[in-house]
Design a protein around this ligand. Structure first.
Ligand SMILES: O=c1ccn([C@@H]2O[C@H](COP(=O)(O)O)[C@@H](O)[C@H]2O)c(=O)[nH]1
Length: 300
């Protein structure tokens, strides 16, 4: 497990600069999309599927470890397999750390404050079985629900990415509602940036980050300007239609301030573009292309 002495966003900034890559590879294993040879047969047990998820995710990590500073396992895909899935998730996180990668767990957790404390401790705390470097969190239970996460992140050198403007088409139903003369997501963004401002590290960003979708490029650029202390996790690049030009507005002038996630576009690249050297080679080619596209729009 990497040292937690340095704040998460300082570690992330250093890794991005070292690899010249803001690509975050998302690990969203789906049974039917696993490559032949790894795909479990119909009727396979949850334990067999979990082992296939572990093998695929670890294989992706091996293929892209020098191309990405951070991976994002999507907890949902592991949780759907029960205990065997969670054991697989733990093994994937350990494998990523052993490969020198940071790990953001996409769990979108939260609850009332006293329960949020258990979530924060469970995913980011000193005795966490998961040892995540960062976690995604929902804001809609308010400040007392977010503080357990941001407090533990500040203590432990972890990061918290709070949902601000999500990439899905339906997200606007609540997030775009006017509130105090602004869309609600801007109000959430203001709160997140106030927490980030109070906790800035050497790289200029604080422990609270924000999830802002690549599928809303105009809003992304405006939020970048309005939230100068907040690091962005930008999903929606690739499979959801976001292009490199759409995420350009998420970076600061130094080319920092954003990591851009691609899950299906990288991890299942062999479906659309099989490679003679096998599925991992196809995954690597897709990650290389994504990094190249992002480098072209990253300042600095
Ligand atoms: O607003 C959001 C928040 C989270 N996600 C998650 O990111 C990945 C995206 O996967 P792709 O295959 O690259 O579309 C997935 O885990 C989502 O749950 C998001 O897409 N949008």
């Amino acid at each position: 497990m990497p040292s937690l002495e340095t704040p998460f966003f300082d570690r992330l900034a250093a890794a991005i600069l070292a690899k010249r890559s803001p690509l975050m590879v998302g690990l969203d294993p789906r049974w039917q999309q696993l490559p032949e040879g790894l795909r479990p047969a119909d009727g396979a047990s949850l334990t067999e599927v979990a082992e296939a998820f572990r093998a695929h995710s670890c294989g992706v990590i091996d293929a892209v470890a020098d191309l990405t500073p951070i991976i994002k396992p999507q907890a949902a895909f592991f949780e759907q397999l029960g205990p065997a899935g969670m054991t697989a998730l733990a093994a994937v996180i350990d494998h990523a750390h052993a490969a020198g990668l940071l790990v953001c767990i996409d769990g979108k957790r939260n609850d009332i404050g006293s329960t949020a404390e258990a979530y924060a401790d469970g995913w980011l705390g000193a005795t966490s079985p998961w040892k995540g470097d960062a976690l995604t969190v929902s804001p809609y239970l308010g400040d007392d629900s977010l503080e357990p996460f941001t407090n533990i992140a500040a203590e432990r050198g972890c990061g918290v990415f709070i949902l601000v403007k999500t990439s899905n088409p339906g997200g606007g139903l609540f997030q775009d509602q006017q509130s105090g003369g602004q869309p609600l997501y801007r109000q959430v963004g203001n709160y997140v940036d106030s927490i980030a401002k109070a906790t800035v590290g050497e790289c200029g960003y604080g422990v609270a980050g924000a999830v802002v979708g690549a599928t809303y490029p105009e809003q992304l650029a405006k939020l970048r300007a309005a939230m100068p202390h907040t690091w962005f996790l930008v999903p929606g690049f690739g499979a959801q239609g976001g292009a490199a030009t759409d995420v350009a507005g998420g970076f600061d002038a130094k080319g920092l301030g954003a990591v851009v996630n691609s899950s299906r576009g990288v991890i299942f690249a062999y479906e659309k573009r099989p490679h003679a050297d096998g599925w991992q080679a196809a995954v690597r080619v897709a990650a290389e292309e994504a990094v190249q596209q992002l480098r072209e729009v990253m300042p600095g």
